[in-house]
Write a protein that binds this ligand. Structure first.
Ligand code: ZN
Length: 135
């Protein structure tokens, strides 16, 4: 799998602007990018903490995955993302090792990364993302 580090922690928020305010004004971090991922129905905001990012996720639709998550569980940590060499290969390997995948193939996520999710029922409750810079 070759995980090198925690690429980011995804946090579901109900209001991106208010959450950015907290991370900037209270924690003193700097939001360096805001990006909408249309097919995931989210608006994201990124902060860098060492080599790990915080990815805030605000749903643009109650029908999107983050919208559903917030309805069910409220705001909070949504997923953890590990950086791997090759997300496609890492997904295949996870599948071979018996993990249920959310994404059978990697796809484009925020920041142009190739990403894919492992299902929380196979990961002891943590929605897990694998991401890589290359395919
Ligand atoms: Zn993510």
């Amino acid at each position: 799998m070759n995980i090198s580090h925690i690429e980011h922690i995804g946090i579901a928020v109900s209001n991106l602007e208010e959450s950015i305010h907290y991370y900037e004004e209270i924690l003193g971090l700097k939001c360096y990018a805001i990006e909408e991922v249309v097919d995931q129905k989210v608006k994201t905001a990124f902060f860098l903490v060492g080599t790990t990012k915080i990815e805030l996720l605000e749903s643009t639709s109650p029908e999107g995955p983050i919208g559903k998550f917030i309805t069910k569980k409220g705001q909070g940590i949504h997923h953890i993302a590990f950086a791997v060499n090759n997300a496609t290969e890492a997904l295949k390997l996870a599948k071979k090792r018996g993990v249920t995948l959310v994404d059978n193939q990697s796809r484009k996520g925020a920041e142009g990364l190739n990403i894919g999710f492992l299902h929380p029922k196979s990961t002891h409750g943590v929605l897990t993302e694998l991401c890589s810079k290359q395919e």
